[in-house]
Design a protein around this ligand. Structure first.
Ligand SMILES: C[S@@+](CC[C@H](N)C(=O)[O-])C[C@H]1O[C@@H](n2cnc3c(N)ncnc32)[C@H](O)[C@@H]1O
Length: 230
């Protein structure tokens, strides 16, 4: 694993696991999106990949960042970059209608405050839309056990942070293990899955969060309770 989290796509830097290109290529082959909205363009490597994907599959693509230091790269490669602070009310008013356009939206949350971005923008998702967040692990325990120093060393968002959003918006984990292998969380908004999702999100996620606390703080009593329950 690269210890600064940097890899590249066509010689342009991206803050992604190198396998992200293969995994997202397969994903775009399977799912038909009308628009991709990315929060956090960064250096532009991943954005270049998404620009190419959007041309290949005729998807509308928008990418936003507060920083335009790489604007030369964006111009050269025709990356549809827009400079803005995505947490500003005016930006939210601009981006929300893009999410709500007709057809399936993929919303990629990879800015500087993933929890705030997830909370601010997940409310605009339509049935069938997908939201993904980077530097994600379901719990800290999962991160320590399966990801840290193995596949990805950064965690900025976990289920505990967005649990009320998952419940309220009817967001259900989707292609979970595939995307966890590159530190992305993936959730689909789906009415059809709502019942299953309610059970899953309302029971399993709190269970995992409690288990996470128990394991992290090595609270013997709590762990014993879990053993009995299992
Ligand atoms: C982790 S990097 C993005 C990495 C990029 N997606 C990639 O794959 O290489 C996070 C980006 O979020 C941007 N950012 C931080 N706060 C922001 C804000 N309030 N609005 C928009 N972009 C923001 C930073 O400038 C930075 O480029």
């Amino acid at each position: 694993m690269n210890h600064d989290g940097m890899s590249d796509y066509k010689a342009i830097k991206m803050q992604q696991h190198p396998n992200v290109i293969d995994i997202f290529s397969k994903f775009f082959n399977e799912e038909k999106f009308s628009q991709i909205i990315e929060i956090g363009t960064g250096h532009g490597g991943f954005a270049l990949f998404l620009t190419e994907i959007s041309k290949k599959y005729s998807i509308k693509y928008y990418t936003f960042d507060i920083n335009d230091e790489a604007k030369e790269t964006f111009n050269v490669h025709q990356i549809p970059f827009q400079k803005c602070d995505v947490l500003n009310e005016s930006s939210i008013n601009k981006i929300a209608p893009l999410i709500q356009q007709e057809g399936k939206t993929l919303l990629l949350v990879d800015g500087g405050s993933k929890i705030k971005e997830f909370k601010a923008y997940s409310v605009f998702l339509k049935d069938g839309d997908i939201i993904m967040c980077h530097d994600y692990a379901p719990t800290l325990y999962y991160f320590k056990k399966n990801m840290d120093e193995k596949i990805w060393n950064w965690i900025e968002i976990r289920d505990y942070h967005v649990y009320p959003c998952l419940m309220r918006q009817g967001l259900c984990p989707y292609k979970r293990n595939i995307f966890l292998s590159v530190a992305w969380g993936c959730f689909i908004k789906s009415k059809q899955r709502k019942f299953l999702n309610r059970i899953r999100v309302s029971l399993i996620i709190p269970y995992l969060i409690l288990e996470d606390f128990a394991k992290r703080y090595r609270c013997k009593n709590t762990l014993n309770i879990f053993k009995i329950k299992k």
